[in-house]
Write a protein that binds this ligand. Sequence first.
Ligand code: ADE
Length: 234
Amino acid sequence: MHFSFITLFPSLIEGYFSDSIMKRALDSGMISIDFCNPRDFTLDKHKKVDAPMVGGGAGMLLTPQPLVDAIRNEKRKCGDAHTILLTPVGKKFTHNDAVRLSKKAHIILVSGRYEGVDERVIESQIDEVFSIGDFILSGGELASLVLCDAIARNVKGVLGNEESLKEESFEEHLLEAPAFSKPDNFEDKSIISEFLKGNHSKITALKRELSLRKTQYFRPDLYKKVDKRHKNEK
Ligand code: ADE
């Protein structure tokens, strides 16, 4: 699967792929990435890529020409691309989107900067517009990394262990139960005793119950969606 990052600041993104799971995914060829900087495409003699909003408004907008030419350049390279713009005014990105998008062959992630992009770019070039949450970042670079990571870990082979994908939160709209590792006692705090007794069906039932309670407490919005079947299990 190929990811194209369209950004004025590729160095903000590159470092993320130099270690850990994303590096392994790149090295093994499960995913590939490239970068395209709209500034390399601007026809402006001063290399400008932004301009004030027409009709007034605070701040600068990315102008259409360099961005559209950069996107077209990436679309030409790989073909069959799905193009995504990251902006705080998009729909909220979810785990279901990550799973759905992991089936695509080529995703172009366009990072917004300044006050956003000219609406005509969205109309002519963008398939989906996503926000990663109700807060404002300085640009879309972090958000495009968030999408890339969340999508790539659903690509077959990237995690190595498909089971860990199955157990992950949100697959069934539940938060994961509290987890513990060694030692059994740490700074006077011990592990939930049932976890130490080795009765796996009891542990599974307890984890399920803790998952439900944790979801109810931290994410009442998710809890409302939890299948009635789960709630009636006990
Ligand atoms: N750019 C700035 N803030 C953002 C957000 N919350 N999500 C996606 N892109 C952004």
